[in-house]
Design a binder for this molecule. Structure first.
Ligand SMILES: Nc1ncnc2c1ncn2[C@@H]1O[C@H](COP(=O)(O)OP(=O)(O)OP(=O)(O)O)[C@@H](O)[C@H]1O
Length: 316
């Protein structure tokens, strides 16, 4: 069994806009999504997430590069693997006057799936008790859950969700997040794309971060953070003089309230270097606390300047 469920090599997609402009939406993208757990596909608006997902699902043709799902080359072998994949990419078409359950039942009939599986899917997405209400009256979050339930009818091994929390209120975001976590714990590999890291960070086991169609970082969340800069909050009698001494010794320093925030060269750097240095100048440290790196600032640092706006990839 392939341990990588999604793989792309040198993937590229160019568009020609109606005004004749040339846009590189995805550029030399190498992705590797491991089997199991929840994988975040993260990047600012317009960074190429939807375009990549559409190419993987055969909805758009790659300009160049290779793609594989479960080790099978796509789009060539897509008919063989599509049964194993559930995806919510565009707004799914449900009939507004039918109940949520009836909508699912119609899909189940076409897919040759039993009513028992319809009920199981309703249960899994937390729509039990609301399945007999008309789809048209559902909240955005409930509509999103029904769309996910529809993909679960076939019991997919891989679930691809493009911005599933878009437009949801905080409670809706939390519900979708919990559901995704549960699916990941049940053994489904989930790829979830988002431009808002904070919304999905808690549920992701691993992430791929892209900016302007290119991969910026990829790996397990803990490993990425371990490799990012760490800092220490320092409380000291004379912060202004301490900042000068630390800066002269090569530390990145900035004032934070009554104290200082001092960047370590590496996360494993011993903060005792700071106390020794300051003690050598007769300054006494009364607080030294390590600040935990968070993925949000790591993401912002990486994607800084890679959001929408003047885009150098566009050729006139
Ligand atoms: N059909 C198209 N024609 C021309 N340009 C396109 C087309 N589809 C996407 N693009 C451009 O490709 C780039 C990547 O878009 P894409 O929708 O893949 O980004 P995204 O990361 O999914 O963004 P978002 O978070 O806003 O959904 C953008 O510059 C977008 O304008």
């Amino acid at each position: 069994m392939a341990s990588t469920v999604i793989e792309t090599r040198g993937l590229r997609k160019e568009f020609r806009t109606r005004r004749g402009r040339h846009v590189v939406a995805v550029d030399a993208l190498d992705l590797a999504v491991p089997r199991g757990g929840v994988h975040g596909f993260l990047g600012p608006n317009g960074s190429g997430k939807t375009t990549t997902i559409r190419m993987l699902l055969g909805l758009s043709r790659a300009t160049r590069g290779q793609m594989a799902l479960f080790g099978e080359t796509v789009p060539d072998r897509l008919p063989q693997v599509l049964q194993r994949v559930g995806a919510v990419v565009e707004n799914p078409k449900f009939t507004p006057t039918f109940t949520g359950r009836r909508n699912l039942q119609l899909l189940a009939r076409t897919a040759g799936v039993s009513s028992r599986q319809v009920d199981a899917a309703i249960e899994r997405v937390g729509l039990r008790g609301r399945e007999h209400e008309r789809f048209g009256g559902y909240s955005l979050g409930m509509k999103q859950r029904l769309a996910i339930a529809a993909t679960l009818l076939r019991d997919p091994e891989l679930l691809i969700l493009d911005e599933p929390t878009n437009g949801l209120d905080p409670a809706g975001i939390r519900d979708i997040r919990d559901m995704i976590r549960d699916l990941g714990n049940d053994g489904v590999t989930v790829l979830i794309s988002s431009h808002i890291l904070a919304e999905v960070q808690q549920v992701c086991d691993s992430v791929s971060i892209i900016g302007r169609g290119r991969l910026l970082a990829s790996g397990r969340v803990a490993d990425l953070l371990a490799g990012s800069a760490a800092s220490v909050r320092v409380g000291v009698t004379d912060p202004a003089r301490a900042a000068e001494v630390l800066a002269a010794a090569g530390f990145g320093v900035r004032r934070e309230g009554e104290g200082l925030l001092v960047e370590l060269a590496t996360p494993t750097d011993d903060p005792a270097r700071i106390t020794r240095l300051l003690a050598g100048h007769e300054m006494w440290v009364h607080e030294l606390s390590r600040q935990t790196a968070d993925l949000e600032s790591f993401f912002l640092d990486l994607t800084h300047g890679t959001g929408p706006g003047a885009d150098p990839r566009e050729d006139a």
